[in-house]
Design a protein around this ligand. Structure first.
Ligand SMILES: Nc1ncnc2c1ncn2[C@@H]1O[C@H](COP(=O)(O)OP(=O)(O)OP(=O)(O)O)[C@@H](O)[C@H]1O
Length: 232
């Protein structure tokens, strides 16, 4: 379970999170929604310890995300924009992450096939297209088969076939009771994949509950319309 306890975070004197309390359920898939700049990426970066809260704490399976770096080995993180050493090949990047995590890339072959990366393995990261860089981000986050996945707009930038395959993969991970957290602006995707929804607006938690509860609360059957209701 991931728990935010009275989390405060400001950037350059501007308060984003103002005592956020939030629980993300283990073994479930939660979509983080909200307008641009509402704090979604900052939220997931705080779970990873990449952004440190000014006050409060975040517990991942009971471990303080700030103090305990071990929890990172439980998580596969696919950032919005993957950054890896530009001069390394895809193979070398996976090998580097393997050494850092001290884990085997047990799903490497399967993912290479799924994402159609066979021809890219020996190419330097600097020479890859935007979508292929995105696929490398997916590969690295998923190859080590971690119990928790944090995916920041995972399907954006991928061609339709790759996006479809990655979505199927995530749905299978969900069936295996992994804890999945994903950020998305694509409501059809959220509807298909998520069990729970957290909706942020300017760092405030506007909604936190199941998809069904969201529809019930807003009286809207379509998620797109339910989300518009939350914004108004
Ligand atoms: N390192 C930083 N320095 C200064 N401000 C930051 C930093 N990181 C985030 N912010 C600010 O915090 C707010 C939330 O940013 P964040 O990236 O978390 O939003 P988001 O909901 O993920 O947005 P998007 O949907 O556009 O990806 C924004 O106003 C952003 O400018």
């Amino acid at each position: 379970m991931i728990r935010f306890e009275s989390v405060y975070k400001s950037f350059k004197g501007r308060r984003l999170f103002d005592g956020l309390n939030l629980e993300l359920k283990e073994g479930k898939t939660t979509a983080i929604l909200g307008p641009n700049g509402s704090g979604k990426t900052t939220l997931v970066k705080m779970i990873l310890g990449l952004v440190v809260p000014d006050r409060g704490r975040i517990l991942v399976d009971g471990r303080d995300a700030r103090k305990d770096a071990e929890h990172k080995r439980l998580i596969g993180y696919m950032p919005q924009i993957p950054e890896f050493p530009e001069n390394l090949s895809v193979k070398e990047i996976v090998s580097m992450v393997k050494d850092i995590r001290g884990q085997e890339a047990v799903r490497f072959k399967e993912l290479i096939e799924l994402l159609n990366l066979e021809m890219e393995l020996d190419k330097r990261f600097s020479s890859l297209s935007g979508g292929t860089r995105q696929k490398v981000g997916a590969l690295v986050s998923l190859a080590f088969d971690p119990p928790m996945l944090i995916l920041d707009e995972p399907m954006v930038g991928l061609d339709p076939i790759s996006a479809y395959r990655l979505k199927r993969f995530i749905l299978e991970e969900k069936q295996r009771n992994k804890t999945v957290l994903f950020i998305s602006h694509i409501m059809s995707e959220v509807e298909e994949v998520a069990d729970y929804v957290v909706f942020l607006a300017e760092g405030r938690k506007v909604f936190d509950g199941s998809l069904e509860e969201l529809k019930e609360r807003t009286g809207k059957e379509r998620l797109e319309e339910a989300v518009l209701c939350l914004l108004n």
